[in-house]
Design a protein around this ligand. Structure first.
Ligand code: DGL
Length: 271
């Protein structure tokens, strides 16, 4: 591992690209290796044991790529798989702590909503993290299992009747609770940001787990003296565990620009 080694980022699918987008913005000269476990997405409705086994394989694959820091850009893995940094002996972050920290520092009325996959919400990971930071804060949680399939199938337009109906149905209880801050606790959800913002209304701050994690990763790299001294723009390498066609279209959505890079398919069962 050296300063020029890459940042390793993984997710169950393409949601982690919301963190990659922000990493490129915060750390333009760092190299990034991304792995999306597209053959096994979604993780969010699986057991803790299965999610942990998958996460270990994902991290083991990234470890073969000369990485200097590991990021689980997946709310589900971050919530249930424990501290992978101890296992892999390198700086590590999931998305829960950085995002909880940002939310705790944003709320004015002390009421924070959290939305995530079923595994994430059942673990109460964000709730525990927030309450550990400030026990006077109230946390209201809601799982939104239809959000990931909506995003992965390109249903993201806030004016689409299907999108609007699903978003309204899931978020109404949080609106009724009076939250002024809402954690988008799954890295897929920032893609639905406009629809979520529309339903929640202007008074509610949305906290993007991809962005907060990228911000924290930048800090972690600095603290560990691992900043890449190279001046030119860093490279990004992309790996998935299922077919590569179709990746570009959805990746463009997540990264917010036209995606025209090579994508490699690997067999994750080998790791
Ligand atoms: N992007 C993953 C997360 O942040 C969720 C998708 C899944 O269920 O695999 O939780």
């Amino acid at each position: 591992m050296s300063k020029t080694s890459a940042i390793g980022v993984f997710d169950s699918g393409l949601g982690g690209l919301t963190a990659v987008k922000e990493l490129i913005r915060f750390l333009p000269n760092e190299n990034i290796v991304y792995f999306g476990d597209t053959s096994r997405v979604p993780y969010g409705n699986r057991s803790k044991e299965t999610i942990t086994r998958y996460a270990m394989q994902d991290a083991r694959f990234l470890q073969t790529k000369d990485i200097k820091i590991l990021i689980a850009a997946c709310g589900t893995v971050s919530s249930v798989a424990g501290n992978l940094g101890d296992e892999f002996h390198m700086p590590y972050t999931g998305v829960v702590n950085p995002t909880a920290y940002a939310a705790a520092n944003t709320t004015k009325n002390g009421k924070i909503g959290v939305i995530g996959t079923t595994a994430t919400i059942n673990s109460s990971s964000y709730k525990h993290a927030i309450e550990n930071m400030n026990s006077s804060l109230n946390v209201y949680q809601r799982d939104c299992p239809l959000f990931v399939p909506l995003v992965e199938n390109g249903f993201i337009d806030k004016n689409d009747i299907v999108v609007r109906t699903v978003v309204q149905r899931y978020l109404q209880p949080l609106i009724d609770s009076g939250v002024d801050t809402l954690i988008l606790g799954c890295t897929h959800y920032p893609i639905l940001r406009e629809a979520i913002a529309d339903v929640m209304g202007d008074g509610v701050a949305l906290i993007d787990s991809g962005r907060e994690t990228a911000r924290y990763a930048a800090k972690l790299i600095k603290e560990n003296g691992l900043e890449n001294p190279q001046q030119e723009s860093g490279s990004c390498e992309y790996f998935v565990s299922d077919r590569v066609d179709g990746f570009s279209k959805v990746a463009s959505l997540f990264l917010g620009n036209t995606f025209n890079q090579e994508v490699h398919q690997i067999n994750i069962q080998h790791y």
